[in-house]
Design a protein around this ligand. Structure first.
Ligand code: CA
Length: 232
């Protein structure tokens, strides 16, 4: 599973250096270079971790942090700042930052802090994800229906879709969120691609007689549901 990182940093050179290093660490990296853009990207909720500068044009890192936590965006957040003041640090940590790094810093130290944050996720990350009567094996990409014991194998995009839905069971996921997460922000995707992959996933779930469905929510997106919840 490739983890996604957002860098919100208005110093282009620094952002680029961080990106280059993180891509070597096999992370998928997006950059935003001002506060508003950073907030807009971060609020999509698709990032496992956000590196957030404090001093930014248009919206400060602390404002962004507050808004994201208010909106229950669960991404890990490491704050960056040129100021080494204790107040800033406390402010950041109290407002829900997971860690804090003072500029200038060594790239190795940033990577080490990132690894600590993401490993926490990895530790919690289960090999088998469950929802309703489904068990999704994240290693073999096979889905089992626990009622019928039937198994079907998913191709990678189908797996990524189903995994995203299972990890967000109570949410309507918009098309944009799904594209961002599964296809990435930079890729131009034909709009019927998502529909096509969703229909493959639905067919496979039916093939193993699961009662889990991925429902279309008109004008909003899609939501995973367990059929039995909805007996008419
Ligand atoms: Ca800055």
């Amino acid at each position: 599973m490739n983890m996604k990182v957002l860098i919100v940093e208005d110093e282009y050179n620094l952002a680029d250096v961080i990106r280059e290093r993180l891509e070597k660490e096999k992370l998928i990296v997006d950059i935003a270079t001002d506060g508003e853009e950073g907030y807009y990207y971060a609020a999509t909720g698709v990032y496992d971790l956000i590196i957030l500068d404090v001093m930014l044009p248009n919206m400060s890192g602390f404002e962004i942090l507050n808004k994201l936590r208010e909106e229950n965006v669960a991404s890990k957040i490491i704050m960056l700042t040129a100021k080494s003041m204790l107040e800033d640090k406390l402010n950041g940590l109290e407002n829900g930052a997971d860690d804090y790094l003072t500029k200038p810093f060594h790239m190795d130290e940033l990577v080490a802090r990132i690894n600590v944050q993401l490993k926490r996720n990895v530790k919690n990350y289960k090999n088998i994800l469950t929802f309703g009567d489904l068990e999704l094996n994240t290693t073999t990409l096979k889905v089992t229906c626990t009622k019928t014991n039937e198994v079907v194998e998913l191709i990678k995009k189908e797996f990524q879709l189903l995994e995203y839905f299972i990890n967000n069971p109570n949410q309507v996921l918009s098309k944009e969120q799904i594209y961002d997460r599964v296809w990435g922000l930079d890729n131009e995707v034909e709009s019927n691609n998502l529909e096509a992959y969703l229909s493959f996933v639905r067919k496979k779930l039916r093939a193993i007689d699961s009662t889990v469905i991925i429902k279309s929510v008109r004008g909003m997106g899609y939501k995973i549901e367990y059929g039995n919840q909805e007996i008419k």
